[in-house]
Write a protein that binds this ligand. Structure first.
Ligand code: FEO
Length: 400
């Protein structure tokens, strides 16, 4: 017997929890696991919304059968083709050969490319509807939230928005499913880490999509994502949070990140951090870029309005782990932050040049002084670091 969970009389969660995968997309740590959410609408016609990762197909199929009994699946609606959701499509087609696979024109391209499926499909366009008997589903194409083929499906009877990756988060579902069954504060960091790592690059599209949904759907009664909680009690909360993050709206606080081989750049960073504290900043995050996984650093940078980046030079260039962070922030179009930078070197410069180049690529407000230190930091250099902390603190406080 496999447990499904009811969202409403005829809508069931049939997702699975993944506590075995260490790195999502082979990049992002999953210390709390992740869920792949799929839903069955058991109306006159039976529709599935998305599937689950291939590793969990057997469990998933049993869950579906447990809900629908002897009935067949009529439609498999594919909101998103990334394999964490599409991985079980082939098996579902084998189990239900008559099932129509529903998606938009771009979905079909992915469907053939990933799984060689070209038959038994139904191509829908933006705004199209599909009647299942007592309810009608409406489709909203939402390209680039997170891939080009992504779309959302709205159940007009039960007012459930099946949103794909949007409004999702890291963290498996440990017995609970709904927002009103947990302490949301506990989940905020893992949800924001998911947003900033996976969706953050597409913030402007997410914002545009949310604006459209707000305009076109009178009442979203429930938000059912592909990852994490189903928002039943307060769907507006997660929509508002996603909208805020998509526009890079932040809170007062400073993330200080340093790359240091022998501790000299670390001392500079710690001096900046102490100064921030003495100058009234209560939220300070200090990270060694070599030792803190980048996904957590990006998460905090998405939360706060100040960043200070300091790096040593390595083989005439910036320290490689710092380069990874800079590239990741550039690709996410970081903007609207108070920014401080400092570099260090022993026998050749390089780090500070790259940090200055980073400043040119992101739309952030650079705060003086820009500092470069040779060998161990002198008293004069540390005084400048203290001044940098003072100036960053002052800008951060006037920012909000
Ligand atoms: Fe959860 Fe973009 O896949």
């Amino acid at each position: 017997m496999y447990n499904s969970i009811k969202l409403s009389e005829n809508v069931h969660w049939v997702g699975v929890n993944d506590k075995e995968t260490d790195l999502f997309e082979s990049l992002w740590p999953l210390p709390e696991g992740i869920s792949y959410n799929s839903y069955v609408i058991n109306d006159d016609k039976v529709a599935l919304i998305d599937t689950v990762k291939i590793n969990y197909t057997d469990t998933y199929l049993e869950k579906v059968k447990d809900v629908i009994g002897d009935k067949k699946v009529d439609y498999l609606i594919i909101n998103h083709m990334e394999p964490d959701h599409s991985g079980s499509i082939k098996s579902m087609r084998e189990a239900f050969p008559e099932m129509k696979i529903v998606g938009n024109a771009k979905t079909m391209n992915f469907l053939e490319g990933f799984y060689g499926i070209t038959e038994g499909t139904m191509v829908i366009e933006d705004g199209d509807e599909l009647n299942l008997g007592s309810r009608t589903l409406k489709f909203y194409l939402t390209p680039m939230v997170h891939w080009p083929e992504t779309m959302m499906t709205f159940d007009q009877k039960d007012k459930i928005l099946f949103a794909g990756d949007a409004f999702g988060g890291f963290g498996s579902l440990n017995g609970y499913l709904f927002d009103d069954e947990v302490n949301i504060e506990y989940f905020e960091d893992e949800i924001r880490r998911y947003f900033s790592n996976i969706i953050g690059k597409y913030g402007p599209v997410v914002h545009k999509t949310i604006s459209r949904l707000r305009k076109e759907i009178d009442q979203i009664g429930m938000v059912a994502t592909t990852h994490g909680l189903v928002w039943r009690e307060d769907p507006a909360h997660i929509i508002d949070e996603y909208d805020k993050w998509s526009q890079q709206q932040t809170e007062n606080g400073v993330v200080v990140v340093y790359g240091s081989m022998y501790g000299n750049t670390k001392i500079m960073a710690e001096t900046v951090a102490r100064s921030l504290s003495e100058n009234g900043i209560e939220q300070i995050r200090l990270f060694d870029v070599s030792r803190k996984d980048i996904s957590y650093i990006i998460n905090d940078i998405w939360k706060y309005n100040g960043i200070v980046l300091g790096s040593c030079t390595y083989n005439t260039e910036i320290f490689p782990p710092m380069e990874y962070l800079l590239k990741s922030l550039e690709s996410r179009n970081l903007r609207n932050r108070v920014l401080g930078i400092f570099g260090s070197y022993s026998w050749s410069g390089g780090a500070l040049d790259r940090l200055k180049d980073f400043k040119e690529k992101v739309n952030c407000n650079l705060v003086e002084p820009v500092i470069e230190s040779q060998f161990a930091p002198s008293g004069d250099i540390l005084e400048k670091c203290y001044l940098l902390g003072e100036n960053v603190a002052s800008k951060v406080k006037e920012n909000n």
